[in-house]
Write a protein that binds this ligand. Structure first.
Ligand SMILES: Nc1ncnc2c1ncn2[C@@H]1O[C@H](COP(=O)(O)OP(=O)(O)OP(=O)(O)O)[C@@H](O)[C@H]1O
Ligand SMILES: [Mg+2]
Length: 384
């Protein structure tokens, strides 16, 4: 149904006075409700590093709980030790990631062929010259952790093995060390873990209230509007969902030349966002799951629904393209289940009519398949 809007713009002014705080990349002056986590990171990592002790830390928690924002705030505020931020989705393994760290520290370094000895040697030389130590943050780390446990061994033990004065902070949705075997875990030595819990409704209200103050005209929103947004976002405990709803609803209100955001704007915004398919969530999927999801996307290119047969027909070609062993009907069924559980797919069983039994109908409701395919192809390209 097309929403019915009333035009009630009396002033002729736009309600968005500054769009920047509505953007994802924006890191506010202060991160409310994350004071404890900031304090802990300073206590567990930064302070010891200043005293010549180099602990490692794992930060984990659901999407939109402020993990990246917390790290970005530290990057902005802390000048010593040097903190370098890397997003693991851009790298196939730890070696290439570390080469980029060296580049960021201002030295040209070949990404291939270098040994860990050379890599950590280069880091040592640079840090000695600078007279500070290094804290490396690896965001979206679970996939690379799964693929390169040997790299993590070298990273977590770099202090003992290569006498490198550096600490590592891993960030991801799941505790990435669950992907390590017991043996891996033992060999990684001692490290701390810090969980970021989902935001409560009141916290989400506080977060968007702050954003509204710096981005919208005062008269553009009411407590009941903020309450409505917090209620939707509470299901995910995610500030990302809350802020994206606010951003989209504000633009929609401006677009229809309204002086205020209405409930209908929020409902329209809700239909435009997908809280399930974030890049960090895709980053948690196994290769076979990504390949099957890509197959589903291709089957849905010109259709709203697809069926198992299309997947059985097309999955082997995609599997081959990404150098995987074949994928048969049984595999597909198993992987589909997992994709459903984690919320990437919708499926229902429908009656096939007389004597035809039932069949499974698969769809993706919230995200354009072209966008999803592009993201998956990018990720598979990095795994290959
Ligand atoms: N406590 C907070 N106060 C104000 N803004 C916040 C807070 N926590 C998160 N945000 C904002 O919410 C958005 C999402 O946060 P962030 O990107 O840090 O989440 P994340 O935990 O890294 O999620 P993902 O796992 O999906 O990467 C960002 O725009 C961030 O600035
Ligand atoms: Mg993040």
């Amino acid at each position: 149904m097309v929403p019915k809007y009333t035009r009630n713009n009396i002033t002729g002014k736009l309600i968005i006075k500054n769009p920047d705080p509505l953007d994802f990349a924006y890191v506010p002056e202060r991160l409310r409700f994350r004071e404890q986590q900031l304090k802990k990171i300073r206590e567990i990592v930064l302070q010891p590093v200043r005293n010549g002790i180099f602990p490692n830390l794992v930060i984990y928690g659901a999407s939109g709980t402020g993990k990246t924002a917390t790290i970005k705030l530290l990057l902005r505020e802390e000048k010593s030790p040097t903190i370098i931020y890397e997003n693991a989705l851009s790298f196939g393994n730890i070696r290439t990631l570390l080469s980029d760290v060296i580049n960021k520290l201002g030295k040209v370094f070949p990404s291939r062929a270098a040994s860990y000895n050379q890599i950590f040697g280069a880091i040592n030389t640079i840090m000695k010259k600078r007279g500070t130590s290094l804290v490396l943050v690896i965001d979206e780390a679970s996939n690379i952790a799964r693929r390169d446990p040997d790299g993590f061994y070298n990273l977590f033990r770099s202090n003992e093995i290569y006498e490198t004065g550096m600490s590592t902070i891993l960030v991801s949705i799941d505790n990435p060390t669950i992907y390590f075997t017991e043996r891996d875990r033992k060999s990684l030595g001692v490290f701390s873990a810090l969980e970021f819990s989902k935001y409560t409704r009141d916290e989400l209200y506080g977060i968007i209230d702050d954003r509204c103050k710096v981005s919208l005209e005062d008269s553009a929103y009411t407590p009941s509007i903020l309450d409505y947004i917090s209620e939707i976002a509470e299901h995910f405990g995610s500030a990302r969902v809350a802020i994206e709803l606010l951003q989209k609803a504000s633009h929609i209100a401006d677009y229809r030349s309204s002086d205020t955001i209405e409930g209908e704007d929020i409902r329209a915004a809700k239909s435009l966002i997908n809280p399930y398919v974030t890049e960090s969530k895709l980053g948690e999927l196994e290769k076979e799951e990504l390949v099957l999801l890509l197959t589903v996307c291709s089957c849905l290119k010109n259709a709203t629904e697809t069926q198992l047969d299309c997947l059985v027909e097309n999955a082997p070609a995609f599997a081959e393209q990404y150098s995987m062993e074949g994928m048969d009907r049984k595999d597909i069924y198993r992987i589909l289940k997992k994709l459903e559980v984690v919320g990437f797919l919708d499926s229902k069983t429908v009656s096939g009519g007389d004597k035809k039994g039932v069949r499974k109908v698969i769809s993706i409701s919230d995200v354009p398949v072209a966008v999803l395919s592009e993201k998956i192809e990018l990720m598979l390209g990095q795994i290959a």
